[in-house]
Structure formats: structure tokens, C-alpha cells
Design a protein. Structure first.
Length: 394
């Protein structure tokens, strides 16, 4: 167990964080019921309290909600205006002298506001820490979900060398697909982590929760392997269950893998340029997986993208993961860093049994390509030379 010491330490820390987050969430929920504070996420139908729900094209439909509210407000104002009550109310207020009292000395009003602001600042501390705490408190539900996923990630890494853990892969993927996909409407949206990070780096976003989670994914991948892609991601799970068997074997060749890497890198560069030009959450507007999860389509482009995802997933194993996914590409690079934990082959005998089980085509010439998602399918070859480890290939 000495070699697993890091895993157990991180698992203990994550357990402590989970308890803390749950306690704080219960505390805030109790405060909300008492009407003393409202800090938690706006859990709109189908979005699972996504931090970017206000800009999403998902079930929340924030624009529609705003439009409806505006129409109702205009009707109420029109009715009040036609009734003539507003002039009577204004006249009564003016006669009472309150208007003159407020407008008589605006300098005094400003002084009172400044004094009150100084008092609040002294009570609550500086503005920066308060904003940071507000950010954390606002997204406790998202942090709880991610912490649970991280704990499962560490447990899979600990027991990856055992046979029984691999029987749990499909149940775990199915649970992720149902809960994070169809129940929460695709939240956490894995590609939105990348979108918000680019916006933040370009100075066009103040939303820190998703860029922070992307950093966590990178660290976890380096320490425990690219298990997120192969075991936990609900987007990968959808493609996994749509896939209907090996039809395009030529995509597993070494040359095809190089071409797929070029396509993926090019797609990510184009996405970065588009985000920088539009300065918007393009992923929220056109991400086809969200449309599939919420069973709604909002624009003509999405019809094409949804059809493309479904058809390609039926024919190709995880086409989005291999050709477009920006987070997948980042995690590919992370897995190539020296001493990063990843699936490796030592003393390969070139029997090619593992190659036949690898649907990603990551096993090439006795070595494992960076596209490996640590799914563990190659373990069916019963080859002891394949391991999830930090040791270099021999």
C-alpha cells in the first residue's frame, strides 16, 4: 500500500472537503428557508444549477423567461397608467413633503451612503475576500458533485490493477449519463470548462468556477491518470452507448491516429479563435450534447450538429472525443508529461492481443498513444505488462 499512499491521502482530503461542502450547503439552505440569505445557485429546470445557466441554450431558456417577464411588466404598467392612480399617489407623496426632504440636500444623502458603505466594509472585511467567499457559497452544489466524481476517480486509480473494478465501468458510465446528462441537462458541461477558461484569459469573463475545475481536472489527470474520459464523462458515455460495433477498422491504424490528432488540434485552434472573436459562450449556444440531453433544439445549426453526433457515434467509437473535444486534447498533453500516471506497456511481446480490444486505437507498435482514455478494455487480453503507472515504458 506504500505505492498507493498518495491516492489514500488525496481521498481523505476530498472526503473532508465533501463533508465541509455538504455542511455549508445545508447551512445556506436553512438560511434561505428562514429568509435571511439567498446565495445558492439558481437551479432552473434541467440545468442543475449550472454556473453558466444564464447564458446557456439549455432548458433554462433565460431569454424567454426575461421576455415573458417584460411583457407582464408592461401590461401592469399600462393598466396602472390608464387608471390615473399614479397621479393621485404622486400628488399625495409630494404634498407630504417627502420629495423636498430627499432632494433638499443631496450632499447629505451621499455622505450617508458613503458612511454606511464604510461601516459595511469594516464589518465584513475587504471587498476581495467577500467576493471570493460569495463565489464559493454560490456554487456549493456544483462543488459537491465534482468532489464526489473526484473521489470515484481516485478509487478507480487505486483499484485499477484489480479485475473486479473493470466490471463497474459501464454501470458508472450509465450513472453519469443518466444523472449528469439527462437529469442535470449536461451539467457540468465539460467543454464549457474550456470555453470559460479562454474567456477568462482574454479578460472577457469573471466566472471563475469552471476554469478552476479545469485546473483540478488537469492535476487529477497528472496524479491519477486520464480516468475522467474513460470512466466518468457523461459526454463520452453517450457516445459509448451509441456505438454499435467495429465498422471502420482503418481508423485504428497508426496513420489514422496521427490524422485524428491533427484534426483535433485544428478544431481546438478554430474554437479558440471563434471564442476570442465572438467573446461569448459558443459551447452553450451550439453544443449538440446539451440539446440531446434536454431533448430540445434551438437553432438550425444544432439540428445538423445533433444529427452528426448521433450518426458518427453509431459508426465510430467516441468521434467527438477523438476529433473535437478541447478538454480531451488538454488531458492528452497532460498524460505525456514525465511522471504523469497513465496506462503503459512494459516488455511488450508483440502478441497484439491488447490491440484487438482497444477501440480507441491507442495501442500502436508495442506503445500506447496519448489518446488512451484508460478505459481498461485492453485488460481483457490478460496481459500483465499493461499497467496504470508513473514508471516509464521499458
Amino acid at each position: 500500500m506504500k505505492s498507493r499512499g498518495l491516492e489514500w491521502i488525496v481521498l481523505g482530503l476530498l472526503s473532508a472537503l465533501l463533508i465541509l461542502f455538504i455542511y455549508k450547503q445545508i447551512e445556506i439552505t436553512s438560511s434561505e428557508k428562514e429568509g435571511t440569505v439567498v446565495l445558492t445557485e439558481v437551479n432552473q429546470p434541467g440545468c442543475g444549477g449550472c454556473p453558466s445557466a444564464s447564458e446557456c441554450g439549455g432548458k433554462s431558456d433565460s431569454e424567454g423567461a426575461c421576455a415573458e417577464t417584460t411583457d407582464d411588466t408592461e401590461e401592469e404598467w399600462s393598466d396602472w397608467d390608464d387608471s390615473g392612480d399614479e397621479s393621485e399617489e404622486w400628488s399625495d407623496w409630494e404634498d407630504s413633503g417627502e420629495v423636498d426632504e430627499v432632494s433638499a440636500n443631496p450632499a447629505e444623502v451621499n455622505d450617508e451612503i458613503e458612511e454606511r458603505g464604510d461601516e459595511l466594509e469594516e464589518e465584513n472585511g475587504s471587498a476581495a475576500p467577500q467576493s471570493f467567499l460569495f463565489l464559493i457559497e454560490k456554487h456549493y452544489s456544483t462543488l459537491i458533485r465534482f468532489t464526489i466524481l473526484m473521489m470515484i476517480w481516485v478509487l478507480i486509480s487505486i483499484f485499477y490493477h484489480t479485475r473486479w473494478i473493470h466490471y463497474l465501468r459501464y454501470p458508472i458510465l450509465l450513472g453519469s449519463l443518466i444523472y449528469f446528462g439527462f437529469i442535470l441537462g449536461g451539467c457540468p458541461c465539460i467543454s464549457l470548462l474550456f470555453n470559460d477558461t479562454i474567456l477568462l484569459l482574454s479578460g472577457n469573463s469573471t466566472l471563475l468556477i469552471y476554469p478552476t475545475l479545469l485546473i483540478v481536472l488537469i492535476i487529477m489527470t497528472f496524479l491519477f491518470g486520464k480516468i475522467w474520459c474513460g470512466w466518468l464523462c457523461h459526454i463520452g458515455a453517450l457516445q459509448e452507448f451509441l456505438y454499435k460495433g467495429e465498422r471502420l477498422q482503418w481508423l485504428k491504424s497508426k496513420k489514422s491516429q496521427k490524422i485524428l490528432h491533427i484534426i483535433q488540434s485544428s478544431a481546438v485552434v478554430i474554437l479558440i479563435i471563434a471564442i476570442l472573436i465572438t467573446k461569448t459562450n459558443l459551447v452553450c449556444q451550439y453544443f449538440p450534447f446539451v440539446n440531446i440531453f434536454i431533448l430540445q433544439i434551438f437553432n438550425p445549426i444544432s439540428y445538423f450538429l445533433v444529427g452528426l453526433v448521433i450518426i458518427s457515434s453509431l459508426l465510430i467509437y467516441r468521434p467527438f472525443c477523438r476529433t473535437v473535444c478541447p478538454v480531451g486534447l488538454i488531458l492528452n498533453w497532460v498524460s505525456r508529461i514525465p511522471f504523469a500516471k497513465r496506462v503503459r506497456i512494459s516488455e511488450c511481446k508483440e502478441c497484439k492481443r491488447c490491440y484487438r480490444y482497444c477501440k480507441m486505437g491507442s495501442i500502436q507498435g508495442g506503445a500506447i498513444d496519448m489518446s488512451c482514455i484508460a478505459c481498461g478494455e485492453c485488460s481483457q487480453a490478460n496481459c500483465e505488462t499493461i499497467q496504470l503507472t508513473r514508471k516509464k515504458d521499458q
